[in-house]
Ligand binder design. Sequence first.
Ligand code: AOS
Ligand code: ZN
Ligand code: ZN
Ligand code: ZN
Length: 427
Amino acid sequence: MKIEQYRIDQHNEGLLGKHNNQFIFLKEQLGEQGIDANAIVKTLQAFQVAIPSWALGTGGTRFGRFSGAGEPGSLEEKIEDVGILHALNRSSGSISLHIPWDIPTDANAMIQLASSLDLKFDAVNSNTFQDQKNQELSYKYGSLSHVDPKVRKQAVDHNIEVIKYGKDLGSKALSIWLSDGSCFPGQSNFVKAFQNTLESLQEIYAALPDDWKVFVEYKAYEPNFYSTVIQDWGSSLLFCQKLGPKADVLVDLGHHLPNANIEQIVATLMMEGRLAGFHFNDSKYGDDDLTVGSIRPYMLFLIFVELVEGMKRAGKGSDGFAWMIDASHNVKDPLEDLLQSVEAILLSYAQALILDSKKLEIARGENDVVLAQQLLQNAFRTDVRPLVREAMLHSGGSLDPIGLFRDLKVRNGLISERGLVTVATGL
Ligand code: AOS
Ligand code: ZN
Ligand code: ZN
Ligand code: ZN
């Protein structure tokens, strides 16, 4: 199933009058504040967020899973699904694969299919948090940190194999999320676990092609509930610093202890030039993997304020970082949900882009706390949806991606093509 351009254009025609009125009104308002709406639209158009292959099917919890239908059963179908999203919003131009959930047996065919849909391959993800069929040694007690060097070697070899798959697809980064840790006090020697992990990571690092990066993701807890080897941004940064310049810290929003000041973490990592990018999602309690912006949109905005500042300081555009959605959904259509997530990311980015950062700096210098807060909240409370819509329109996307997805009955089309296939994904 492919969404033809004329369908998008036709649908846009009906919405254009209303959209133009809203955009012109906002453009005038912003113009009065010295902000160039067209420049912001261009910046938004350049922002691309990767879609993980595992978010395209209905997720579940350890209590069960309520299947969706017409979900992708093969890598080809996963690529096609991301193609649908990208056709609609023109902001989801890449797919992130998880090995061995997605083994690209014919890399050239996958590249061809992806480029016919205007897609690239984002970072490849390794998996040493599960045992696979016919796997010789178990990861029950860890992988890169394991007490047994043979298990560590197996995990290192797997990561090196993932790099090879990624190379064939044109990926430029390996993402490592390590579930290693312990469930009970006394189970693990923290120092040895760190050192074993470092040695393993060093071997993986040595196998990275010159133009590659390795992203080191941290997570406070789960599946281990007492300790995690790479538990926080400090541990992750420490590993990256010891590894070298090709290693950077990956921030997954759901991987923090409650109430952590994530925007400050982001500012610090950017200051050090060690932020790899993001796994976007939202959460109320833990690693809930909910739709981006559904619970704490103000926090997401504050994070984007730091990102915009950090990008300016580093002289980098949004293409200098790896942005990905890492969410999973139990009750929604995964494609509709991903459209909501991408929109939420762009909205926060747009709000951060209209912030008057010069005035903010002056207010800070004068300890004018009230004004500083007001500047932030003015930006956050501005309805920037016309900017995001204009960006999608200019890139050939839809003014109302979810509306069009529903009008075209895309899910029904996928069900008739694929049947009631469902895939279990998400952690
Ligand atoms: C797990 O909690 C992490 O977010 C990882 O990024 C993981 O590889 C991904 O969510 C797939 O399960
Ligand atoms: Zn993640
Ligand atoms: Zn996670
Ligand atoms: Zn998760």
